[in-house]
Design a protein around this ligand. Structure first.
Ligand SMILES: [Ca+2]
Ligand SMILES: [Ca+2]
Ligand SMILES: [Ca+2]
Length: 243
């Protein structure tokens, strides 16, 4: 082992390992999976490592770095800000956001899009800014917590740095999310994570047929489980000590 390997190089090694699973892929999609807290996210290791930002909307604003609402001339907004009557708002937040996995999500907050004088609209859109290094997020995930029409597909658009839609066939039938058929729109058991990776970076994402979303998550890498930066560091330090 090269003893000149500096601490920054250690982090580079960890970074390369983190993307090993995506080697050669220019675009990847995570199809809908049940989601009740960030523990259910395929990006969880990245959230833990601080290289994936997680916006859970519980502080009432979209304020994680390098992202803004892209719904203009309409407006994306926290549901509770749009409809503050706590008892009457049919809020569909991720279950765990109220601190308890109890199949109850209405005590949390979510994200909706509203039109001037028209109420809630059936889509959302987010735009990303490059970070200090000029890098757009490579990974973007979102949790759909309420669909508008259960008999229609939920369709996503994912735009890379080049401006083209990378997700040409990202259409998902929400029907199976309601199995065995007795769940209502917004029920926490119907919540689904959907995610994307684009080697060129992601500038913009939208979906239609959605009435509420939650847990927007995006960033630059996902360490493989068990290959956190600290485990890589300890392995390398052990090697140094053995020399
Ligand atoms: Ca926030
Ligand atoms: Ca809950
Ligand atoms: Ca939430």
């Amino acid at each position: 082992m090269n003893q000149n390997l500096s601490i920054p190089r250690f982090f580079c090694v960890a970074g390369v390992l983190s993307l090993g699973v995506l080697k050669g892929a220019t675009f990847r999609m995570w199809e809908p999976t049940p989601y009740r807290s960030e523990l259910d996210s395929p990006f969880y290791q990245g959230i833990q490592g601080g290289i994936i930002f997680l916006e859970d909307f519980e502080d009432g604003v979209l304020n994680t770095p390098f992202v803004k609402d892209g719904a203009a001339p309409n407006m994306g907004i926290n549901f509770r800000t749009f409809f503050p009557d706590r008892d009457r708002s049919p809020i569909a937040s991720v279950d765990g956001d109220d601190g308890v996995l109890d199949f109850e999500g209405s005590r949390g907050d979510s994200w909706v899009t509203v039109g001037i004088g028209t109420g809630r609209l059936e889509y959302f859109e987010f735009e990303f800014d490059p970070n200090e290094e000029g890098q757009y997020p490579l990974f973007v995930g979102i949790v759909v917590t309420e669909v508008s029409d259960t008999s229609q597909d939920v369709e996503f658009g994912v735009y890379g740095e080049s401006g083209s839609n990378l997700a040409g066939s990202a259409e998902f039938d929400p029907g199976p999310w309601f199995d065995p058929g007795e769940l209502l729109r917004g029920d926490v058991e119907t919540h689904r994570f959907i995610g994307f990776y684009a080697e060129e970076g992601i500038r913009r994402i939208w979906a239609n047929n959605t009435l509420q979303v939650d847990h927007l998550q995006y960033g630059y890498g996902i360490p493989e489980p068990g290959v956190g930066i600290f485990s890589v560091l300890s392995a390398l330090l052990l090697l140094v000590r053995r020399r």
